[in-house]
Design a protein around this ligand. Sequence first.
Ligand SMILES: Nc1ncnc2c1ncn2[C@@H]1O[C@H](COP(=O)(O)OP(=O)(O)OP(=O)(O)O)[C@@H](O)[C@H]1O
Length: 238
Amino acid sequence: MSRLEFENVSKKYGKGMSEFLALDHINFSAESDQLILVVGPSGSGKTTFLTIAGGLQSPTTGTVKINSEIIGNLSKNQQSTLRLNTVGFILQSYNLVPYLTVDEQFLLVDKVKRQHISQEKFLSILKKLGIENLGKKYPNELSGGQKQRVAIARALYADPEYILADEPTASLDTHRSKEVMSLLHELAHQNNKTIIVVTHDLRLQDQADKVYQIIDGKMSEVLNIDKSAKKNLDFYSK
Ligand SMILES: Nc1ncnc2c1ncn2[C@@H]1O[C@H](COP(=O)(O)OP(=O)(O)OP(=O)(O)O)[C@@H](O)[C@H]1O
């Protein structure tokens, strides 16, 4: 079973007068079969949390474990291999390669991961995200929402144990947002994935198994999300 754990994780940026505590003693765990939503206002530490969860940056203090392995104890090469084999990122910047068509973005995953996905599975992912007709287009020919969906499809295509998504529905309308969240929910439960979504968008809470909030770098589980969601809607919106 997959398990991601944060033990007393803090992250400081800068030094001296410009020192800033972005994450403050966070304890957190996520397992397979879970879609977890992490909400919080702008600048509260959500992206910092997600990038540390995926080993893209290190905590200042505390321990992050993926499947019982302490990430900080691994060499840089071992960390890259662990990331490549277990974690799929959906980042705000989409991370699409500008000079590759949509189809080629997926071929690149095959190359990097030395895998080959059946055409049938490939098409089913594209269809689920409504991008089956975009294969020959380059990223600069796509709308923000289309780029977002290609980035999501590419993360799913690599079939990682963990999917870490930063505002995956930011450029999508309400209908598409719900579809994407349903898809992530289905993946978590039918394909045993651990999925963590950070977002401002409290409308996504319906599909989540657990909801956490980060405020000023401190994280807590939101047990009664409906009530606080209504109270905090303005607070969370950008
Ligand atoms: N590399 C960095 N150097 C210095 N400060 C940083 C750095 N990255 C983030 N910060 C600061 O840490 C805090 C948390 O940033 P983070 O991006 O994690 O917040 P966020 O909740 O994801 O915000 P948003 O919702 O606006 O994306 C912010 O005050 C930000 O300015």
